[in-house]
Write a protein that binds this ligand. Sequence first.
Ligand code: ADP
Ligand code: MG
Length: 395
Amino acid sequence: MRKKIEELEAKIRRLEEELGKTKKALQNTKISCFPCIAKENKINIQDRLFTILDCLPAWIILLEPGGCIRFANQKFRQKFGNNLKKPCYLLLKECSQACIYCPAREVVKEKVPFEIEFKTLDERVYQLFAYPFKDIDGTDLVLELGIDITEKKMLELENIRNHQLAALGEVAASIAHEINNPINGIINYAQILLDENISSHISGISEKMLKEGNRIASIVKNMLLLSKDTKGEKKEFSLTDILYDTLELLEPQFEKEGIEIKTEIHERISKILGNQQQIRQVFLNLLTNARDALNERFPGIHPEKWVKISAQPCCDHGEMMTRVIFYDQGIGVPPERLEKIWIPFFTTKPGNKGTGLGLSICSNIMKEHNGQIDFESVYKQFTKVSLLFPANLKD
Ligand SMILES: Nc1ncnc2c1ncn2[C@@H]1O[C@H](COP(=O)(O)OP(=O)(O)O)[C@@H](O)[C@H]1O
Ligand SMILES: [Mg+2]
């Protein structure tokens, strides 16, 4: 063992000596002795550096303190165009003057690196790093590096939401148990009254009690189902059942806001293989969007304040599918906004009413289920969201 260690140590010493010699040889090489090679090397190195900068998945710019851009890599030019004569605030924010709190100015003033999160006009979120930089002519510049963190932010927010949902689920579960017992008692008493065959007036009332009691029991059951954590597992289930469950959950609120729910659900809808909770979430998101759109266009009572849900079997490229359509005549989406609605965090809803995550989550869930989601809308006329699910051919 000891001998082996000694051998290894000798080997390391030899390698160190070799390395020292090579280092010295490199230092002694006078590139100026070979001017053409030196020039060629310089060009190669410059080219290579530019290629590296252009390949980076982040934008890199060199800014003058006033905001003019001296250099921009390909990633930046692809996003903001080749016209680098414009100052950064015009290119990035379409503002006519420098931002009140300008990172470039801060870096030049304080001479220390600076880091902020920044949202571009197309709603992408960037992490921006700014460093002091001295150009070859001695000018004080700012080197800015922008990394697109939209997806990361979305995942973070989804994570927070999942935690909140899990906490809410626990609360819902305990409330549901508390409600479940007394409501079953009420249902039983109403049934006893009904069985007693008393006057038609009283039996009418007990029938109503039974109906409303069952409705509460069913809402509580659905609330529990929605908050249950299934960890993305897939099972065979009926789309129709999930649809009716979701409608049952939203019905009281829709009724209160004067929104009628119309359904046209084909009786032979195939089962699908998927995650019930996720599909429930898609239906819930789309129905909530329809509700918000209807309330925005018709704040009060209106005959057109309805949402229609239809589900039909269909054939797409020779495959058996199920198409579910959510149609509302709410405020709709203007054409210039149609592409933006899929971007995470894009919302037109005031305050904390919207997160802007609904449609992007729906789109991810549909992709995970090998399905499709299409959005069609005419401003102040209608919105039609169409979902396509592959049918489970086993049944
Ligand atoms: N049915 C609809 N009618 C009109 N606009 C809609 C509808 N569904 C979605 N939108 C638009 O798309 C945006 C993004 O929707 P979404 O991703 O669900 O986020 P959020 O509902 O939190 O705003 C909404 O803010 C709204 O402007
Ligand atoms: Mg939404």
